[in-house]
Design a protein around this ligand. Structure first.
Ligand code: GLP
Length: 249
């Protein structure tokens, strides 16, 4: 049995759609929400991120080992230039952290960057999502520079699934995951694809995300901080721990 505390009231923060959870309970809470979604819609099509933020969520969800029915997990983004099976690849990280740890792994849609040129891999990825009927839910980490997926600053709401040049901070993060050579480019679900999903959950934890979370929720809506475009989506839910809210008014 897992504990799923009620989030702190959004009235306390003045932000609709914002759920603030004590840091120690955040992973339990988020894993419980995702497990509930899978139970409610066995054919859920859910796009999931890598990065460090969801690691404890995936660990908890793997322990819960929910029945995934005919659900499909779609990978949010991928580095270019790393060989198949490299542990820093996004498909390896999400496979190892969650997909392959479930007793009955769901279908897993990734970018075919090994067998097709990267732009062709993007078109195939979009076609795979279209065949599935679109994305029910996109779960996102929040980049320190306000990126979501690899939609770096300069992205627009209609940016398609595409090859992108990675920002310096994104390259540093990749190096931290052991990516060697450090990738300079990647492929990502575009802002347009994210905003077309029926639901979006934005995750942020830790004091290191406090400043960018404030910009995301309270700053001007701008391509300089692509996460701000999420605020116009009716199905947005922001799931954060208390530390990440340190700079919210
Ligand atoms: C990375 C990934 C994103 C991730 C984000 C936040 O570069 N491309 O998918 O969500 O940045 O990463 P983290 O959770 O480690 O802060």
């Amino acid at each position: 049995m897992h504990v799923r505390p009620d989030p702190v009231s959004t009235a306390d923060t003045g932000h609709a759609n914002l759920g603030v959870v004590p840091t120690a309970d955040w992973a339990d809470h988020a894993a419980g929400l995702l497990s509930d979604r899978l139970a409610a819609k066995p054919d859920l099509v859910v796009c999931l991120p890598t990065g460090s933020t969801p690691v404890p969520l995936y660990a908890r969800l793997s322990e819960l080992d929910p029945a995934v029915g005919s659900a499909t997990v779609v990978l949010l983004d991928e580095y270019l230039g790393l060989p198949a099976g490299h542990p820093a690849r996004c498909d390896s990280m999400l496979g190892g952290a969650l997909v392959d740890r479930l007793s009955r792994p769901p279908r897993f849609v990734t970018f075919a960057v090994d067998s097709a040129d990267p732009e062709a891999a993007c078109r195939r990825y979009d076609a795979d999502i279209a065949v599935l009927g679109g994305l029910d839910l996109v779960v996102l980490g929040l980049g320190a520079n306000g990126h979501v997926g690899m939609n770096e600053p300069g992205s627009l709401p209609d940016s398609p699934t595409r090859v992108v040049e990675l920002a310096a901070s994104t390259r540093e993060a990749a190096a931290g995951y052991g990516a060697d050579p450090v990738p300079t480019h990647g492929v990502t679900l575009g802002m347009a694809g994210i905003l077309a999903a029926r639901e979006i959950w934005l995750l942020a934890t830790g004091i290191g995300k406090a400043a960018i979370l404030r910009e995301t929720l309270d700053g001007p809506v701008t391509g300089d901080v692509p996460a701000t475009f999420l605020r116009g989506h009716p199905g947005l839910r922001v799931i954060v721990d208390e530390a990440a809210t340190a700079e919210l008014g």
